[in-house]
Design a binder for this molecule. Structure first.
Ligand SMILES: Nc1ncnc2c1ncn2[C@@H]1O[C@H](COP(=O)(O)OP(=O)(O)OP(=O)(O)O)[C@@H](O)[C@H]1O
Length: 362
């Protein structure tokens, strides 16, 4: 039975349909990541789930129990909101203990739980401080600790690492995963950061403009995204998405011709290409040239940002003995047409992959 289920949930603010018939399930014991661009509706889903907003339509189930009409105080969900406020006049200990005090827990139990949680998050040394003595990262850990205080069936974390520097985020991501395993509970986690999503998720829910556009495990979402938003959100560096047109079954991608999948209708399409599928030579069937604009050395990987016929294109390859091109140089670029994913522009849905031979049929 899923730990959390939303069934046909919709919410409108004024004329804006912020959530449009959202249905999703979070399996018990899973680390499920909800990923989506800003304003997709991630926080709103969490706020409805914990009872801080009400849905206009739809039902919410917690371990099979319908909690749609239950007040927030009776929903057994641990919550770390995106913007958290620590009580400035309270110590870190009291901030973390607050949900237990509210629930009337005995003093010894409060001390035991707070001690265990701060140890898990490596913030034992902070308990006597007040929030104004903490760095941004420390404050965020305190907020996470406070969110974990409840003996909750589900923990909901809304972009808890946003705004932290890369190193700290990496460490906290490891801690989050460990926490999920140690607590043997369900984590439902929102982020708009693709690296964070890839690192943490066992299963993914991709949200776009108030709609769930895909639900899948990490591997299949990466290998065969069914929606252009999934392609863009899951992968690092970010995938290339280029405008193209189709006619007579062939696709014209900035003058390069390839055959589309069977039954391809005429019109605008989006061509998605992962950076690792862009070759900086002419070894692949679709050949063109590009101008090198930026080169990033990421240790084991080199990322090259190119201008290809006026469109930005990113290429990524293993650094292993490869000499990167010169800045501003004009270099060969090629792609295997079967690595190009074609999406319908209007719906964002995957149409299929390209094939060689568009010039012949088109
Ligand atoms: N209380 C509210 N009143 C009016 N509009 C709202 C309210 N809450 C959410 N919205 C709107 O609903 C949409 C979804 O917002 P939400 O905060 O859930 O997005 P998000 O995916 O969490 O974005 P971000 O990553 O930027 O936090 C936005 O267009 C937002 O303006």
């Amino acid at each position: 039975m899923p730990a959390v289920e939303l069934i046909n949930v919709s919410k409108t603010f004024g004329k804006k349909k912020a959530l449009d018939n959202v249905s999703l399930a979070v399996e018990e014991g899973s680390f499920t990541v909800m990923c989506g661009p800003p304003k997709a509706g991630k926080s709103l889903i969490f706020r409805i789930l914990v009872g801080l907003e009400t849905a206009d339509e739809g039902r919410i189930l917690l371990s099979g129990r319908d909690i749609t009409d239950e007040p927030a105080s009776r929903r057994n969900i641990g919550y770390v909101p995106q913007s958290f406020a620590l009580y400035p006049h309270m110590s870190v200990f009291d901030n973390i203990a607050y949900p237990l005090h509210l629930a009337g827990a005995p003093r010894e139990e409060v001390a035991r739980k707070v001690d265990a949680t701060v140890a898990m998050l490596s913030i034992t040394h902070l308990v006597k401080k007040t929030p104004d003595q903490l760095s941004g990262g420390e404050k965020q850990r305190v907020a996470v600790a406070r969110g974990l205080m409840k003996d909750a069936a589900v923990f909901v974390l809304d972009d808890p690492l946003v705004g932290l520097d890369y190193k700290l985020r990496e460490r906290l991501m490891d801690e989050m995963k460990q926490l999920c395993e140690e607590l043997r509970t369900t984590f439902f986690y929102a982020t708009s950061d693709s690296l964070e999503a890839l690192t943490l998720a066992q299963s993914f829910i991709v949200l776009d403009d108030g709609r769930v556009v895909e639900k899948a495990d990490v591997l299949s979402l990466y290998a065969e995204p069914q929606h252009v938003r999934s392609l863009e959100l899951v992968g690092f560096p970010k995938a290339n998405v280029l405008q193209a047109t189709s006619a007579g079954g062939a696709v014209d991608l900035a003058g390069l011709k390839l055959a589309g999948p069977d039954g391809l209708a005429a019109g605008a399409v989006l061509a998605g290409i992962r950076p690792e599928d862009v070759r900086l030579d002419h070894s692949q069937a679709l050949k063109t040239e590009g101008t090198v604009q930026i080169i990033e050395h990421l240790g084991s990987e080199i990322v090259v940002y190119l201008d290809v016929g006026g469109s930005p294109v990113t290429a990524a390859f293993a650094a292993d003995g490869v000499v990167p091109p010169d800045l501003d140089s004009r270099i060969p670029v090629s792609v295997d047409p079967s690595r190009i994913m074609l999406f319908e522009t209007a719906s964002g849905r995957l149409l299929g992959r390209g094939r060689a031979g568009g010039a012949v049929h088109g």
